[in-house]
Design a protein around this ligand. Structure first.
Ligand SMILES: [Zn+2]
Ligand SMILES: [Zn+2]
Length: 366
């Protein structure tokens, strides 16, 4: 039976519905029936052509949850949990890193491996159903899978999507200390995840700056102690509030999860001397920011760190915590819209307009 897929044919081109042939299953491969895939900010940027190396036409949807339809000799997920048809799994979208190049072996940076491919981003739709905006997803041999731990549902995971894992990775990259005051810039899925994992890791105070109001309410539900509206609270008042909270010093850790260059100068300004600033929200090139190297970095002894993409380890460990603390990470509540494949263009537009915090593509809507 052909596979229906929503295809992004090129930057700014209308999403098309294609019929793809069922893939021939190679030994070690898995065929999933897509339960839910995400529409994230990165998909909006890819739609506008802001990520280099995207081989349009593509089937978007890098983080997805599917039900195992059949496998060719795969009896367990990548961590050894038994896997059978009907099980819900998610998978690490990055694939085909070579484990042999300089970046894989010497630098320990597989995300910079030139062989690296990513489901939903760097595979052409001509290569097969290798993105989540399709009725079925073909997991090539070697794709790293995780069976969803109890009691997680597809919505619990896809409500956060890649943001769930990116927020986790950003908090870890910061080496946040117990009792620290943390600023999370941005209240999209990455920011919400960073808020919750900061609280779980032991932050004494989590402050967030974001918009719109509905996302600030979610931020509180995810554990933010103080929320400030980007549009309603002017920058000088945000500065005053942070100084008041920190005896004038600024925050110990700032996590940029906004994906907007305008956040960067403010993040530096609100960081205390010797604090750590993690830039995690800029997966694509959305432009430049101006900082003052002397004031913002040098004199401040700022520790500035980048976090782009994920390791499989982030997915595995974030899911374990999500399963244990899913009441603190209520991602199913973040889903603002459920779209069929025919409605993928609408989903993109709604995410771009911030009409929904997380849009999901459910090829067979319930
Ligand atoms: Zn490599
Ligand atoms: Zn994403």
């Amino acid at each position: 039976m052909p596979i229906k897929a929503a295809v992004m044919t090129g930057p700014e081109q209308a999403i098309e519905l294609w019929q793809l042939d069922d893939p021939k299953l190679e030994p070690g491969s898995i065929l999933l029936e897509t339960v839910a895939s995400e529409v994230c900010g990165t998909d909006v940027h890819i739609y506008h052509g802001r990520l280099a190396g995207v081989p349009y036409p593509i089937i978007p949807g890098h983080i997805s949850v599917g039900r195992v339809l059949e496998t060719r000799g795969v009896e367990a997920d990548s961590m050894g949990t038994p896997l059978a048809p009907g099980d819900l799994v998610t998978f690490y979208d990055v694939h085909e890193t070579c484990h042999a190049c300089y970046f894989c072996t010497v630098a320990g940076q597989p995300n910079r491996c030139p062989s690296r491919r990513v489901y939903g981003i760097t595979y052409s739709a001509h290569d097969g159903p290798l993105g989540g905006w399709a009725e079925r997803i073909y997991l090539k041999p070697g794709v790293q899978t995780l069976k969803l731990p109890e009691p997680l549902t597809a919505d619990d995971v896809i409500g956060g999507g890649c943001g769930l894992f990116t927020g986790f990775a950003a908090v870890e990259r910061s080496d946040l200390g117990m009792g620290d005051t943390v600023l999370v810039q941005g209240t999209g899925p990455v920011g919400l995840s960073a808020i919750a994992f900061s609280a779980l890791r032991g932050a004494a105070t989590v402050v967030t700056i974001g918009d719109p109001a509905a996302r600030l309410e979610l931020a509180s539900a995810f554990g933010a102690d103080v929320t400030m509206s980007l549009s309603d609270v002017p920058p000088d008042e945000r500065d005053t509030m942070i100084r008041d909270l920190t005896n004038g010093r600024g925050v110990d850790v700032a996590l940029e999860c906004a994906g907007n260059p305008a956040a960067i100068p403010e993040g530096f300004k609100l960081l205390r001397d010797g604090g750590t600033y993690v830039i995690a929200g800029h997966y694509t090139d959305v432009g430049e920011a101006t900082i003052n190297p002397h004031i913002d970095i040098n004199r401040k002894h700022a520790d500035v760190r980048g976090r782009w993409g994920l390791d499989f380890s982030h997915c595995y460990r974030a899911l374990r915590l999500l399963a244990k603390h899913h009441d603190m990470l209520p991602f199913a509540r973040v889903i603002g819209g459920r779209y069929s494949l025919d409605e993928a263009g609408e989903a993109l537009a709604d995410v771009e307009a911030l009409a929904v915090t997380k849009a999901i593509i459910a090829p067979s809507p319930r």
